[in-house]
Design a protein around this ligand. Structure first.
Ligand SMILES: CC(C)(COP(=O)(O)OP(=O)(O)OC[C@H]1O[C@@H](n2cnc3c(N)ncnc32)[C@H](O)[C@@H]1OP(=O)(O)O)[C@@H](O)C(=O)NCCC(=O)NCCS
Length: 153
């Protein structure tokens, strides 16, 4: 079996679009991959590479959800792994990396709007569902999910 060599790096928003597009916005215009806040100074984009190939991305936006009282929150967005690389633990590596970075930033809470199909993935990575499902037009049912970050770990 070929040995995998995964590394996570900070990337530019435009690099994230190359993975968001086939995975999250397939068949839609490339502009649909641009999210509000992508270019803010506080926004962080990460990519996971297998050797030289970018195979997955996610983005962290400094955005407090009014549902939660924590002072320092980030929203996880655009979590996407190329289809043929899914189910190999790559998403897990990327989420773990985000936790480490956010703890350094003294972030207490990470949250996301999770697609129904990804809820179990987030649960296995320490997130829990908050409230009922809601619909995002053109994409489908979602749940708010959150994970408390223990800054003393
Ligand atoms: C959701 C998504 C980001 C998860 O990333 P991933 O790399 O596939 O996730 P992982 O491999 O870490 O975990 C997924 C599953 O693979 C399993 N797995 C982990 N390591 C594995 C390994 N070495 N071999 C086989 N399976 C493994 C896990 O048990 C997990 O099972 P689950 O689906 O029952 O939770 C990815 O599948 C994806 O991009 N999906 C399409 C877009 C999407 O829905 N994004 C989320 C938007 S909110």
């Amino acid at each position: 079996m070929k040995k995998q060599n995964y590394t996570v790096k900070q990337i530019q928003a435009v690099d994230a679009y190359t993975i968001r597009h086939p995975v999250l916005r397939k068949g839609k215009p490339i502009e649909s991959c641009i999210f509000d806040g992508d270019d803010l100074e506080t926004t962080l984009h990460f990519g996971i590479y297998n050797t030289e190939e970018l195979i997955g991305v996610c983005s962290l936006l400094k955005n407090n959800n009014p549902k939660f009282s924590e002072l320092n929150q980030y929203q996880l967005r655009g979590m996407a792994i190329l289809q043929h690389q899914q189910g190999l633990g790559i998403g897990h590596i990327l989420l773990k990396y985000c936790d480490t970075i956010l703890k350094e930033e003294k972030t207490n809470l990470i949250w996301c709007n999770a697609r129904e199909v990804a809820v179990n993935f987030y649960k296995r990575n320490g997130y829990r569902v908050i409230g009922h499902s809601f619909n995002i037009k053109g994409i489908g049912p979602h749940y708010v999910m959150k994970k408390q970050l223990n800054l003393s770990d």
